[in-house]
Design a protein around this ligand. Structure first.
Ligand code: FAD
Length: 483
């Protein structure tokens, strides 16, 4: 190398392919408490992890983020110990960073595209996002985003889950007057009533909701749109309406015995825990009986949450009963591993066919069939097929059904003009969120069916953009127009 080339050559960055571990509560301790499992990074750990980011010129990680966060930007701030800068960058695109840092399936999204991850472990983008949000929470003064001049336009947002919160946050920043209506007594949607305290502390959700309220969003709780007031009335009072009412209608297995005592839907089980103080067990009495043997049916995040909740409520044995194999489990790998560490017992390739009760109407046993895997079905996963004559019984005193949810039916049922799909999902244009009703947009689980927090937020962002254009007269209402 000539002397000239030597001076021009950049020092080569040594890539660290191993991610910095995030401290967690040990399994034998956390199995019996409802405190958050993960402790999160300390500043030194976060900086060490942030320094693993290559700061790619073309950041593929951003393409993997449905809300387009400037990922290298916020990580660069953390690496430079500019933690306030990091939260500022995050909040440009995401009003729920402490939530997303905890529950987003980053391994399938931003982290799946990380260049470091091609040869080693991807940069822990979610953990860093969570860290930046927690650093901000420790400060007395919140960083508030800038708000545009008032536009004089009024918008009603129905539902306060991630989709509704994103629309409310985005539009309040554009200067519109926003009222968010929520059926339950507390805002947050599934983040509040579904995901348990040990995975997503409610103080975190409340803090993020209080952030958009500080930006100026009015929140009205205990208000069921379609019952307390019709959607048409809301339209009379507002310039536009967004529907983000989620997928809160539980599916059942439709097998004999589902009406026995001790059989719950995942929604009921988790709502009682999260909204009725059950998670404070044993400090407060819980409305859920403490069962000894609990089977959760299903294999997704919801099922893991229920099985881990049952263990914390004192179950001697908490089982997951899943009809496919470990390979097809839809839950996040991290949540599956956490459940295993907490001694949740997995019955794979097992299908419940009958719930059997005692003479007082309480569940006593579950009759199951063994399954084997056949050819891939419509979902692309191998289809479970019952093995003939393989019936067996599991002694059980509670069963939680966590096999999926349908869209919330109240608005479709009470609003004849809104078009829906076969399963009751509201039809909305993917590129704009526009529905069949003029001045009404929709997004999140009510449109897609049960999905993820970040996809609901992404849909909220798309709708908010289109709604803003419409409200500012930059776009006429036209069903076929693309944003
Ligand atoms: P929701 O969060 O369901 O919010 C809808 C809100 O609308 C609710 O508060 C509801 O009360 C309200 N509402 C309904 N009807 C009306 C009405 N007529 N009037 C007024 N308000 C109304 N996703 C992940 O990304 N990671 C996870 O780890 C994860 N874990 C999950 C665990 C559980 C137990 C569950 C149930 C879901 C989980 N999900 C997870 C999925 C994720 O939470 C949802 O996809 C997401 O919350 C959908 O957001 P949303 O805003 O569309 O609806």
């Amino acid at each position: 190398m000539t002397q000239e080339n030597e001076t021009k050559a950049k020092p080569k960055k040594t890539v660290n392919y191993v991610r910095v571990d995030m401290p967690k509560q040990p399994p034998h301790i956390r199995r019996r408490n409802f405190q958050e499992v993960a402790h999160g990074y300390t500043p030194d750990l976060a900086v060490a992890e942030a320094l693993r980011c290559l700061q790619c010129k073309k950041p593929f990680c951003v393409d993997g983020c449905p809300v387009e966060i400037n990922i290298p930007g916020f990580i660069r701030c953390i690496a430079a110990r500019e933690f306030t800068g990091a939260i500022r960058v995050l909040k440009e695109k995401n009003c729920l960073p402490a939530v997303c840092g905890r529950v987003c399936p980053q391994e399938e999204q931003c982290e799946a595209r990380c260049v470091v991850g091609k040869k080693g472990e991807a940069v822990a983008i979610g953990r860093l996002e969570r860290f930046a949000a927690e650093m901000e929470a420790k400060k007395e003064k919140l960083e508030l985003a800038e708000i545009d001049k008032p536009t004089g336009k009024k918008v009603a947002v129905v539902g306060s889950g991630p989709a509704g919160v994103t629309v409310a946050g985005d539009l309040v920043m554009r200067g519109h007057e926003i009222t968010m209506y929520e059926a339950l007594h507390e805002a947050g949607g599934v983040l509040t009533y579904g995901i348990p305290e040990f995975r997503l502390p409610k103080r975190v959700v409340r803090r993020e909701i209080s952030y958009i309220r500080k930006l100026g969003v009015n929140l009205v709780t205990d208000f069921v749109v379609g019952k307390t007031k019709s959607l048409e009335r809301l339209l009379d009072e507002n310039d536009a309406v967004f529907i983000g009412t989620g997928a809160g209608l539980p599916w059942f297995m439709n097998i004999p015995g589902e009406n026995l005592n001790g059989v719950y839907s995942a929604n009921e089980y988790l709502t009682r825990m999260n909204l009725m103080g059950g998670f404070k067990f044993p400090r407060s009495s819980t409305p859920i009986k403490a069962h000894r043997n609990v089977a959760t049916i299903g294999g997704g995040n919801v099922a893991m949450d229920c099985a881990r909740t049952a263990a914390r409520l004192g179950a001697e044995n908490s089982y997951i009963v899943y009809r496919r194999s470990e390979k097809e489990l839809p839950a996040r790998l991290e949540e599956y591993e956490n459940a295993e560490e907490e001694n949740v017992i997995f019955h794979f390739l097992t299908l419940p066919v009958k719930l059997i009760g005692d003479d007082k109407g309480w569940l006593k046993e579950i009759e199951c069939l063994r399954m084997e895997l056949g050819e891939p079905d419509a979902s692309g996963r191998r289809k479970p097929i019952p093995v003939e004559g393989s019936e067996f019984r599991l002694p059980m005193d509670a069963c939680v059904v966590a096999i999926g949810n349908s869209p919330n039916p109240i608005i479709p049922d009470t609003t004849p003009d809104i078009e829906t799909e076969k399963w009751g999902n509201i039809k909305a244009d993917e590129a704009t969120g526009k529905t069949s009703m003029e001045r009404v947009w929709a997004g999140g689980d009510i449109v897609t069916g049960a999905a993820t927090v970040i996809l609901a937020m992404g849909a909220g962002r798309v709708a908010a953009r289109s709604m803003h254009k419409y409200l500012m007269g930059e776009e006429q209402w036209n069903q076929d127009s693309q944003d």
